[in-house]
Design a protein around this ligand. Structure first.
Ligand code: ATP
Length: 202
């Protein structure tokens, strides 16, 4: 199966772009949503988190103790790296089993991940898309969507590679500002991926 990775900075609109691909019948694996759900489902991951960050990482009813974990990893690169080293392989496991269940007749699949390049998961994709938007637009979108301050958005942005760095690594681009139609750009890439998938070895 031909695999396309899609990423973009916070507020760039990568999820919105994925919804357009879904309308075209392309299945999308949402790695960040999946990461949240496996934190309370994947027993191997849960055991790893408890043994690394303590039993207090979970409440008795099995829910994640976000405050406990956030206090440990926030602004602590070493602890955050430990958490990522547990979560990323678990997401890869979930992705592998999702891929197995995808209808074999689908021409290609999409994997949406905020940290596609940072987590090396782009290496498992045949090609990649970077969704971009001007900084002020991204900030405004996230402030409105999440009801947060400009400082909080910037703090989240600082944890990701810059668009400049990601541009060097991406194969395709979608500009999601107020002047470009994402539908037209998605259709152009869709045609390209259909052709590439038809030529790709099975
Ligand atoms: P995150 O990394 O935070 O999950 P994202 O890159 O997936 O963000 P989206 O959630 O798709 O971004 O978009 C952020 C917000 O901006 C959403 O509320 C979405 O509806 C809005 N948005 C995205 N693209 C557009 C657009 N072209 N026009 C208007 N609103 C948009």
């Amino acid at each position: 199966m031909y695999k396309v990775g899609i990423t973009g900075g916070i507020g760039s609109g990568k999820t919105t772009v994925c919804k357009v691909f879904e309308v075209l019948g392309i299945p999308v694996f949402y790695a960040d949503t999946e990461a949240k759900s496996i934190m309370i489902k994947d027993t191997l991951l849960i055991e790893g988190i408890k043994s690394t960050f303590g039993k207090a990482s979970y409440f008795e009813d099995g829910k994640l103790n976000n405050k406990h974990l956030a206090a440990l990893v926030f602004n602590n690169e070493t602890e955050l790296a430990k958490l990522n080293a547990l979560v990323h392989p678990a997401v890869f496991r979930a992705y592998a089993s999702w891929e197995e269940q995808v209808n074999a007749k689908v021409p290609y699949t999409l994997k949406e991940a905020a940290l596609l390049f940072e987590s090396d998961s782009y290496k498992m994709c045949d090609t990649s898309i970077l969704v971009t938007a001007p900084l002020n637009i991204k900030i405004n979108r996230v402030m409105q969507r999440d009801n947060v301050t400009v400082e909080q958005v910037k703090a989240r942005m600082n944890k990701q590679l810059s668009d400049e760095q990601k541009t060097k690594m991406a194969n395709h681009f979608i500009i999601n500002d107020e002047a470009h139609s994402i539908i037209e750009q998605v259709l152009t890439l869709h045609r390209l991926f259909l052709a590439a998938a038809a030529d790709a070895p099975i």
